[in-house]
Ligand binder design. Structure first.
Ligand code: CA
Ligand code: CA
Length: 472
């Protein structure tokens, strides 16, 4: 983070560290008689530098140390630490359900404290180690421009994923025996079969009858799963964003043609909750006119259970002709992380839907617009057996395939969320969303825009960042 400091801020940090070492009276620095000349910041400014671990802390200086119990009771402090007995400085822990800013206001209004302030983070200067990209041995890694574009190769220097993190993928299923996935797969949950019956392809002309029950008859789900968790450094195929660890819970919710309904999706979300998923990827969407209360309710339940949900914004746009379609549901729902697609040239993909609900863009690849040169698609795993495409069009499966869409962008973000949770398992959905958008690299119109949201995914910054802006 130090490379982001301006020289002026570095000087401020050095002075503050000196003061902590006793060269300048610490109480003086934070008091009105300010020896350092550095103004004491207001609470909202300081809050931007508070780590999640410290986000419940308030530092107070009592006018009269005898008031400690009465003052801590004002904010129902769950713990009290004495920092300086002679100066009367204490650290109070504020319960999770109370606003930090309001608690500080209550303390100040009591007239019993000199001040009440947050607990910002400091770090040793000069210890910023330049991260070097991790280069896995997977033979197709050279084709994975998307990994480098999202700075996932830098993030891998911090973590490649923890096996304790389960990622639910609600999709067309997965190839349960794919050699580049099998190490990360939990048993497939066939919600489609439970709700709709068997997933059987029949071709009257050829008399082919193929049962895709318990596996992916389409290829979409296997591709999405590989982007998140294809095994890295195993000498075959591709490397997934969180391909060094994590577990995938494949939830089959569509038939071989990719069709499903709101009830099946509702049951799929509930299964993800019941199976203790830590994050849910849903690269499935429909127009807002298909939104149902049951889907809204079960998604709200997942968020309440601390499970972030990442969803694709949809591919109905044709930006080369000025057509931008609205964001599909569930990506458009409040609290769901809505992901659009960018190309290898860092432009929003022609097909990528936009609107006020978009949060971020990630690599979705090009190749869908005849009018635009949008560059390469996204390589990932594909079923090792023939999908319905073979029986319908004689397209043979090849174990790996490249394709493009917001469906491919979405699992990049999910993979990064899984990496974040591997390091910080207690992050809430709101904190994760906040972290992702705060650390995204702005593209297009400066600041938030309805085409790219807050910008393009930067996995390394999302993992390095230990500060957030969602305290209240
Ligand atoms: Ca591999
Ligand atoms: Ca922008």
């Amino acid at each position: 983070m130090l490379k982001d400091f301006t020289p002026k801020l570095s000087a401020a940090l050095a002075l503050a560290l000196l003061s902590a070492c006793g060269t300048v009276n610490l109480a003086g620095v934070v008091h009105n008689d300010n020896h350092s000349g550095i103004p004491v910041q207001d609470a909202r400014t300081v809050l931007q530098h508070v780590s999640i671990a410290n986000s419940r802390d308030v530092i107070i200086r009592l006018k009269n140390p005898a008031d400690l119990n009465r003052v801590s009771a004002l904010v129902q402090a769950s713990s009290v630490d004495q920092l300086s007995g002679s100066a009367g400085i204490y650290k109070l822990r504020i319960p999770d359900d109370r606003s930090l800013l309001q608690s500080m206001d209550v303390l100040k209004a009591s007239g019993q404290v000199e001040y009440a302030e947050p607990n910002p983070s400091f770090s040793l200067p000069g210890f910023q180690i330049q991260q070097t990209p991790v280069q896995p041995d997977d033979p197709r890694y050279g084709q994975q421009w998307n990994i480098k574009s999202s700075k996932v190769d830098l993030a891998w220097g911090l973590t490649t994923g923890n096996a304790g993190i389960t990622v639910a993928v609600i999709d067309s299923g997965v190839d349960p025996n794919h050699p580049d996935l099998v190490d990360h797969l939990l048993p497939l949950e066939d919600i489609y079969n439970e709700e709709k019956g068997s997933d059987i392809y029949r071709n009257a002309l050829t008399s082919d009858v193929i049962n895709f029950g318990g596996r992916d008859g389409n290829g979409h789900g296997t591709h999405v799963t590989g982007i998140i968790a294809a095994s890295m450094n195993n000498g075959i195929g591709v490397a997934g964003v969180a391909g060094g660890g994590i577990k995938i819970l494949p939830i089959k919710a569509t038939d071989y043609a990719g069709n499903t309904d709101a009830a099946t999706l509702t049951a799929a979300f509930q299964r993800a909750i019941d199976k203790n998923a830590k994050v849910i990827n849903i690269s499935i969407g429909g127009p807002a006119s298909k939104s149902t209360q049951a889907l809204v309710d079960v998604i709200r339940l997942a968020l309440q259970r601390n499970i972030p949900i990442v969803s694709a914004t949809g591919n109905e746009s044709d930006r080369s002709h000025g057509v931008v379609s609205p964001i599909t549901v569930p990506a458009a729902y409040s609290g769901v992380i809505g992901v659009g697609a960018h190309t290898e040239f860092d432009r929003v993909a022609s097909y990528s839907n936009g609107g006020a609900e978009i949060d971020i863009v990630a690599p979705g690849g090009g190749g869908r617009s005849a009018a635009l040169r949008e560059g390469q698609q996204i390589w990932s795993t594909w079923p090792t057996y023939n999908t319905f495409e073979f029986f319908a069009k004689r397209v043979t499966s090849t174990s790996y395939a490249s394709t493009s869409g917001t469906s491919m962008a979405c699992p990049h973000v999910t993979g990064v969320v899984a990496l974040m949770l591997s390091r910080e398992p207690n992050l809430t959905p709101a904190q994760i969303r906040s972290r992702l958008i705060t650390t995204a690299d702005d593209i297009g119109v400066p600041g938030f825009d309805e085409d790219s949201g807050y910008g393009k995914l930067n996995a390394y910054r999302a993992l390095k960042w230990t500060e957030h802006d969602a305290h209240d």
